[in-house]
Structures are given as structure tokens and as C-alpha cells.
Design a protein around this ligand. Structure first.
Ligand code: 5GP
Length: 184
């Protein structure tokens, strides 16, 4: 039987991950995407059930109590988690599924499911990451400062991932990740 695989892609906020994952999904229509749950407010462009399951704090607590999460973590002051319901059916069907989760979550999954593939998308530098975040303009100044501090810690943890892909240029990064997925 063909075995499925969890493909974890992490990068600091503003690292270009969302665009890259979108391109990977367009290029490989057989790839699935794990929709995370979060307590943060939706952004203008986001749809409930597609980008995230936007939950109240109480609903998130209920999922924790029911042991529904494969992993969850506090990221930038909000809770985010991967529901087992998103990944279990895919693995049973032999599908490959992409998880866009932070480094804390990535390392939890690695411990629970050693066969998971962990890919860290590295921004060219902290300065370029700052420029990208400012261009995106979704955070105020203090939130942006916090994201940059966390980014620096996440970049230090990248050594624990299976692969580090540099995001100098989007097409190149998509091609690199695509090659890693197809070789695994
Ligand atoms: P954003 O709020 O910008 O969409 O995401 C913030 C961070 O939360 C990103 O680094 C993203 O990868 C991470 N994240 C999204 N979903 C999950 C999840 O289910 N679990 C964990 N641990 N992190 C997540």
C-alpha cells in the first residue's frame, strides 16, 4: 500500500510561505493542504474553513480537552493547531499533505510522527524579511518588532529540520521544495 506523508513547511512570518505553498498545490494537484485552527481574527482576504478554522477561545479549549489536535502552539500571542481530522484520513489514503505550521509545532509533529518531512524556508536575511513584512502591512510596529525577534529564534532552530530551502527567489524555492517532495 502506498504510504502517505506529512510535509511540514515552516518559515518566519513574512517568509513567503503562503505564496510558495499555493504554487506547490497548483503544481501538484494530488497534494492536500491541512487547514489549521486558530484563535486569531481573520484577515480581510481570508475565508473560514479554507485559510483557517477561526475558533473562539472556548471552542479551541474544547478541542484540546477532546485531544483533537495533533499539535498546537501559541504563536504571536494566538493559538494555532493542526486537527488530527485534517491529517489522519490523508495518511490512511496514502496522500501527501502539507502543513504550514511554526517551528514549535513542526518539532512536536516530528517527535510524534518520525516519518514526517520537515522543510524550513529561510528568508535571505532578517533585513529582507523586515522589508517584506512592512510591504505586507498586516502588523503594527510593535507586532512587527515581535515577529522579527521570533523570526530570529526560528531561524536558529532551522538546523533541526530535514531540509533548509533559501527563498531568494520564489520560482527557485518552489522548484527546490518540489524536488524534495518528489524525491521523498
Ligand atoms: P499567520 O497568523 O501569519 O497566518 O500565521 C502565523 C504563524 O502560525 C505562521 O508561522 C504559521 O506557520 C503558524 N501556524 C499556522 N497554523 C499553525 C498550526 O496549526 N500549528 C502551529 N504550530 N503553527 C501554525
Amino acid at each position: 500500500m502506498k504510504s502517505g506523508k506529512l510535509i511540514i513547511i515552516s518559515s518566519p512570518s513574512g517568509g513567503g510561505k503562503t505564496t510558495i505553498i499555493k504554487r506547490l498545490l497548483e503544481r501538484n494537484t494530488e497534494l492536500k493542504y491541512s487547514v489549521s485552527a486558530t484563535t486569531r481574527e481573520p484577515r480581510a482576504s481570508e475565508t473560514d474553513g479554507k485559510d483557517y478554522f477561526f475558533l473562539t477561545q472556548n471552542r479551541f479549549d474544547e478541542h484540546i480537552r477532546s485531544d483533537d489536535f495533533l499539535e498546537w502552539a501559541v504563536v504571536h500571542g494566538q493559538r494555532y493547531g493542526t486537527l488530527k481530522s485534517q491529517t489522519e484520513a490523508c495518511l490512511q489514503n496514502g496522500d501527501y499533505i502539507i502543513l504550514d505550521i511554526d517551528v514549535q509545532g513542526g518539532l512536536i509533529v516530528k517527535k510524534k510522527i518520525p516519518g514526517a518531512l520537515l522543510i524550513f524556508l529561510m528568508p535571505p536575511s532578517l533585513e529582507i524579511l523586515e522589508q517584506r513584512l512592512r510591504t505586507r502591512g498586516t502588523e503594527n510596529e510593535s507586532a512587527l518588532e515581535k515577529r522579527l525577534q521570533i523570526a530570529s529564534k526560528e531561524m536558529d532552530a532551522a538546523g533541526q529540520y530535514d531540509y533548509i530551502v533559501f527563498n531568494h527567489e520564489i520560482d527557485q524555492a518552489v522548484g527546490d521544495i518540489n524536488a524534495i517532495i518528489h524525491a521523498s
